[in-house]
Design a protein around this ligand. Structure first.
Ligand SMILES: Nc1nc2c(c(=O)[nH]1)N[C@H]1C(S)=C(S)[C@@H](COP(=O)(O)OP(=O)(O)OC[C@H]3O[C@@H](n4cnc5c(=O)[nH]c(N)nc54)[C@H](O)[C@@H]3O)O[C@H]1N2
Ligand SMILES: Nc1nc2c(c(=O)[nH]1)N[C@H]1C(S)=C(S)[C@@H](COP(=O)(O)OP(=O)(O)OC[C@H]3O[C@@H](n4cnc5c(=O)[nH]c(N)nc54)[C@H](O)[C@@H]3O)O[C@H]1N2
Ligand code: SF4
Ligand SMILES: [Mo]
Length: 756
């Protein structure tokens, strides 16, 4: 008899609640959970294919260990013993920096990814940390760190209540949203319009999101910071700025007009390729709307001025009085965030506390740019990375210059991948540790509840029992921590969780501001429920969080505990977002730093962009497909084919000028190399812009991706050499970089593409 089980979908940031149909231990179907307090039954084609994602026969079921140069199936004990034999010895011989850590995107979609990487980094003591953030949202962390003193204080647009949404460089109709967790983002945008609100989309492509909008502006890629600066300039020049009650918390408002003086609508118009009157009208409409929110994502972040654009997004929210008010952009309050503290000066946010060894890139949020990983491995000298631990990361495809990284990984003394697939990156590992598929893993959204358009909390236990003898991903991480700490075989994985619990409780009981001050940490630890270490840690975080019972110190009737959450399988709604200023501010001044020094120092570089680009110059932007997910869903037949293809989209006018034909082939060349690609002529991209999706290029040997390898596509990031970064955040410029495109004769199409 089939049964059903609830599972929050881990495949994108929308976190939809799913009802899985299960026969035996196989997921045979998935539909939206109509009773889910947040997603209310919404599902997309990826969620509907969760069963196929779960059951992919290419998923690894046992660890792989390299012996005599070849990866072979091995037992778990053997795999962890291999890590224990290699890593501590390397650290002893060459120092903690000889081990690098790469954390990829799925870490924000697993419980293990939230709970263990900080412990792993602490155990290793390395500063060589690289994550997907520096090919993604790092500019937003930097702007929030500088403005509000906390890189995680990221305001989200109040989608369900706003009257006016200005959305830049995001395509939630395909991506389902990012840094704005909103199941059924498309429905929420339609509802905004249905209630008389206005949606303005800024995107060089006429995306499905743009097609839904009241107004679509298609500027030149990379010019968002200029456009946003001109909007802010107009608000200030036309006396439309009105921060309202925020004014009491603002520092630097008086200096802002001077800093932005150069960016008039007329001055930015040529570089943006927009009419000045359209820019002015947008500023006036934004100011006139009863409530409004400005929201920018990938397309505004991963550009040359990504941090400035991210900063200006919130400058506009502030100048229009929309930051921190219903209908504007608000700070969510996640159930596992630390309980709010009284307002007051904080530690602030510093950049560049150390720099990378080879190129001297400043650290940001204790991370170095992912684009610099290859050079940190392949450049000889003291401090070189000799071993790498990659957790849920496929940087050979997701980071600039995969060929160089590919070659660099081959030179490592030791590499571990925690990954369910043998893919372009994990094929270099000495040990591959595969986590079980989603249905066998419990789920809690530690990361995305902090960016959700409604405060709510949900937890999914395992839908299907763990396969015999298989550790879940939390246990894999815990055992990895033990192995690198020299404790393999001498401590249980639960000791890692106990230590984490103990250190949190030690801190809380020693803190005079905590309701737990003066209590006995050991007795408090004994109060925690949960059947294993990660569950007890979740219980601890919920109970010490803003809605928690403070372990009995605040036993309100509805106070959160894991037990209470368990009793609510469809989740608990915690209400709409509420104003949180000043409590959320952690700057040294205790206020909002509207014009922080690193930003002011970067503005002259933005002014140089006013000169514009030479006529006829082509730039490349990315795109996402609804049935894709970065580099790792191309192996699921239900999610491939149709329009989900790796083609170069070109505007008809550019195609005619360059001699390209639909269905023909072209060679794209940029700093990092050349790619031969199929051409798709479409007027959904603007002139001067071509578009190629990322996450493709599955043609390397030694992988186990039978479906993906049959239609490999090309790796767009091979066009980059890793040098083009947003300097403030170290984020790679993935959108709006210059390329040359030339037609290929049909005969040449048969020849293999040049490697670089
Ligand atoms: N040109 C260009 N490049 C881009 C982007 C772009 O828009 N354009 N987007 C960037 C963005 S936003 C991101 S986030 C990065 C993503 O970059 P990465 O994080 O490097 O890549 P992903 O494809 O998300 O997958 C990472 C790995 O996680 C594995 N994985 C899947 N599920 C699990 C799991 O449950 N546990 C574990 N341990 N592993 C799992 C997959 O097999 C895969 O090997 O790519 C970036 N690269
Ligand atoms: N289906 C699907 N969903 C996903 C993913 C996926 O791979 N597939 N990946 C997930 C991840 S890791 C992330 S981070 C999110 C990202 O989600 P989004 O932020 O929505 O990212 P994209 O869909 O890449 O949309 C970026 C848009 O920016 C536009 N753009 C490019 N350059 C510029 C520019 O200079 N200015 C402006 N204004 N626009 C520009 C592009 O044309 C594109 O439409 O999606 C997540 N969801
Ligand atoms: S929108 Fe995202 S979370 Fe929802 S079903 Fe689709 S992939 Fe899963
Ligand atoms: Mo991402």
């Amino acid at each position: 008899m089939p049964r059903t089980a609830l599972r929050i979908c881990p495949l994108c940031e929308a976190t939809c609640g799913l009802t899985l149909t299960i026969e035996g231990t196989t997921v045979t179907g998935a539909r939206g959970d109509r009773d889910d307090v947040f997603s209310r039954g919404f599902i997309c084609p990826k969620g509907a294919a969760l069963g196929a994602v779960d059951a992919d026969p290419d998923r690894l079921r046992t660890p792989l260990v390299r012996r005599a140069g070849r990866l072979r199936e091995a037992g778990w004990e053997e795999a962890f013993a291999a890590v224990a034999a290699a890593v501590p010895a390397l650290v002893a011989a060459h120092g903690p920096g000889s081990v690098g850590v790469v954390l990829g995107n799925p870490n924000v979609h697993t419980m293990a990814g939230a709970l263990y990487p900080p412990l792993l980094l602490k155990a290793l003591g390395t500063r060589n940390l690289f994550t997907a953030s520096t090919v993604d949202q790092m500019p937003k962390h930097v702007s929030s760190g500088l403005l509000f003193g906390d890189p995680f204080a990221i305001p989200v647009p109040d989608l369900d209540r706003t009257d006016f949404l200005l959305l830049l460089g995001a395509n939630p109709l395909e991506s389902n949203g990012s840094l704005c967790t909103a199941p059924d983002f498309p429905g929420r945008l339609k509802a905004l319009r249905a209630r008389g609100g206005t949606l303005v989309v800024v995107d060089p492509r006429r995306t499905r999101t743009a097609a839904l909008a009241d107004r679509h502006l298609a500027p030149r890629p990379g010019s968002d910071a200029l456009l946003l600066a001109a909007l802010a300039h107009t608000l200030l020049a036309e006396k439309l700025a009105d921060p309202g009650p925020l004014a009491a918390h603002l520092h630097g408002l008086a200096e802002l007009p001077d800093a932005l003086a150069a960016f008039t609508p007329e001055a930015v118009a040529p570089a943006c390729d927009l009419a000045p009157e359209d820019v002015r009208r947008l500023a006036r409409d934004l100011a006139a709307a009863p409530t409004a929110a400005v929201y920018g994502r990938m397309g505004s972040c991963t550009t040359r001025h990504g941090t400035l654009a991210s900063w200006l997004v919130d400058v506009l929210n502030i100048l229009t009085g929309n930051l921190d008010r219903p209908g504007g952009a608000l700070f969510p309050l996640s159930a596992t965030a630390p309980a709010p503290r009284p307002a007051g000066p904080g530690k602030g946010f510093a950049l560049g506390r150390w720099t990378s060894r080879v190129s001297g890139h400043p650290e940001v949020k204790s991370e170095l740019p992912l684009a610099a990983l290859a050079e940190e491995i392949d450049t000889p000298g003291e401090g070189r990375i000799r071993a790498l631990i990659a957790v849920a990361a496929n940087p050979v495809l997701s980071a600039p210059d995969g060929h160089r990284l590919d070659a660099a990984l081959e030179r490592l003394d030791f590499m571990v991948s925690v990954d369910p697939y043998l893919n372009e990156t994990s094929r270099h590992a000495h040990v591959v540790l595969p986590p079980p598929p989603p249905a066998q893993s419990p789920h809690f959204d530690f990361a995305f509840n902090g960016f959700a358009v409604r405060n709510q909390v949900r937890w999914s236990p395992r839908a299907v029992p763990l396969q015999d003898g298989r550790p879940d991903e939390c246990e894999i991480h815990a055992r990895l921590v033990l192995a690198v700490s020299g404790l393999h075989g001498s401590a249980e994985p639960s000791a890692v969780d106990d230590l984490a619990i103990r250190s949190t409780l030690d801190r809380a009981t020693a803190d005079p501001g905590s309701p737990l001050h003066g209590r006995d940490p050991a007795r408090l630890a004994a109060l925690l429920t949960g059947s294993d270490g990660p569950e007890r840690r979740l219980d601890l975080m919920l109970r010490l969080g803003p809605y928690g019972d403070q372990l009995g110190a605040a036993p309100a009737p509805g106070a959160l505990t894991l037990e209470r959450l368990r009793a609510h399988p469809h989740g608990i709604d915690l209400g709409p977002l509420e104003p949180r200023i000043p409590d959320v501010l952690r700057t040294r001044s205790g206020g909002i730093e509207l014009l922080p020094a690193p930003i002011a120092a970067a503005l002259p570089r933005l002014r140089e962009e006013l000169a514009g680009r030479p006529d006829g110059a082509l730039v490349l932007v990315g795109r996402r497909h609804l049935r894709s997910n970065n580099s790792w869903l191309h192996n699921v037949p239900a999610l491939t084919g149709g329009s989900n293809r790796c083609t170069l989209q070109v505007h008809p006018a550019d195609a005619a000028r360059l001699g390209l034909v639909d269905g023909g082939r072209a060679r794209v060349t940029a700093d990092g190399g050349s790619l031969d690609v199929p051409v798709e002529v479409t007027d959904t991209v603007r002139t001067g812009v071509v578009s190629l999706p990322h996450g493709w290029g599955h043609d390397r040997p030694g992988t186990r991706l039978s479906v993906a390898a049959a239609d490999p596509g090309v790796n767009v990031n091979q066009l980059l050499d890793g040098r083009l970064l947003d300097p403030l955040s170290g984020t790679a410029v993935l959108n709006g970089f210059p390329v040359a495109v030339a037609p290929l004769p049909p005969a040449a199409a048969a020849a293999p593409p040049p490697l670089s």
